[in-house]
Design a protein around this ligand. Structure first.
Ligand SMILES: NC(=O)c1ccc[n+]([C@@H]2O[C@H](COP(=O)([O-])OP(=O)(O)OC[C@H]3O[C@@H](n4cnc5c(N)ncnc54)[C@H](O)[C@@H]3O)[C@@H](O)[C@H]2O)c1
Length: 334
């Protein structure tokens, strides 16, 4: 049987590399994975050796040749710089990196009749919850930071491509995904990874504000099958779907869970950030359409990730050296 090709952008990052591993393990009789990444936020060591890898800057690359060559059936577009809290201080980078990359890929998907385009948006599109409830796919979106705006702009562009050019799509809004292969060395994103590096370096674990913000966390393994179903199930066509952990935890509870696992107990409270207090989504649609099951509880997921984190090389922590905006920047990022 001739194999078909799947494109994963952001293949060196958490979602991309783990999705590639899953497809290679479970579907390699039918599909070959092609991956693109500029290695800005992910690591080449994450990329499975069976992936046909291209190091490209997606916002500016001419992708026609790659699309002509492989005639992709499905495209998973995961590449983005997902540093929500930092985005107000590097607005231009945020918009050009996240929006232009998406538009570039969408253009090629339209021209090459890709069967379905799966895009990972974010909880960041919702802004503050309506009536203090869970974020629901039917809610109006009012993002409160440039990252959320860029994700929402991409969602709208993809829907327009669907209406006008017949592109089939599924938009996933994941929430706080964590797990093995996550970038834990970037001080601006991925709170669980930041804490693990804090612990490994014997520094205090930082909490911004009073720690009573509530979040839902998602273990990466739990969303692999649903992401695959987002590309392949007819019922996922042109749907926007929240995806991930169903339980709400305060940041304080989450930090205490990690302290219990690691035996570490050094937390420092720092200046609050401009962020929403409550970010907890509904999940029924992900169960009904994508067959999502919440299998891994936070404690178990953190234990697995911590075991992995301890074995990682001691990479330097990423520090942004030229903020576009320095006004109102938090003291800990100066
Ligand atoms: N992890 C989460 O909690 C979470 C939650 C909601 C949404 N998302 C979205 O899911 C997607 C994947 O997230 P992740 O956690 O795997 O992030 P990640 O940083 O681990 O992976 C993203 C990858 O994209 C690459 N990349 C970024 N910009 C690029 C560009 N211009 N050209 C080429 N490659 C580029 C990076 O080098 C990185 O390897 C992102 O779109 C993110 O916004 C993630």
């Amino acid at each position: 049987m001739t194999k078909e090709y799947i494109l994963i952008t952001g293949v060196a990052g958490l979602l991309g590399s783990r999705m590639a591993d899953w497809i290679i393990e479970n579907k390699s009789d039918q599909f070959t994975v092609v991956g693109i990444d500029n290695l800005f936020g992910g690591y080449i060591e994450n990329v499975h050796p069976d992936v046909i890898f291209y190091r490209e800057e997606l916002a500016t690359a001419n992708l026609k040749q790659i699309f002509d060559k492989y005639n992709f059936k499905y495209v998973f577009h995961f590449a983005a710089y997902a540093a929500e809290g930092l985005s107000p201080f590097m607005r231009k980078f945020n918009y050009s990196n996240n929006i232009l990359s998406t538009v570039n890929i969408v253009n090629e998907c339209i021209m090459h009749d890709v069967k379905r385009f799966v895009y990972t948006s974010s909880m960041g599109v919702y802004g503050h919850p309506v009536n203090n409830n869970r974020f629901d796919e039917k809610d109006e979106c009012h993002p409160i930071d440039p990252y959320g705006v860029s994700k929402y702009a991409c969602e709208m562009d993809i829907q327009i491509a669907g209406e006008q050019h017949g592109l089939d799509w599924c938009i996933i809004r994941p929430h706080n995904v964590y797990g093995v292969k996550q970038n834990i060395w970037d001080k601006y994103r991925n709170v669980l990874g930041i804490w693990m590096v804090n612990i490994l370096k014997n520094e205090p674990m930082s909490i911004y504000g009073d720690g009573e913000q509530q979040r839902a966390f998602t273990e990466m393994s739990d969303i692999l099958v649903p992401l695959w179903n987002a590309a392949t199930f007819p019922s996922a066509s042109k749907q926007i779907i929240n995806l991930g952990g169903i339980n709400a935890y305060t940041i304080n509870e989450t930090a205490r869970t990690l302290c219990n696992i690691t035996g570490y107990d050094n937390i420092e409270y720092k200046e609050p950030r401009h962020e929403v207090k409550l970010a907890i989504p509904t999940y029924q649609k992900s169960i009904d359409i994508l067959g999502f099951e919440h299998k891994t509880n936070l404690k178990e997921g953190l234990k697995n990730m911590w075991e992995w984190a301890k074995k990682q090389p001691k990479r330097p922590q990423y520090k942004w050296d030229n903020y576009e905006i320095t006004k109102n920047i938090y003291s800990y990022w100066k």
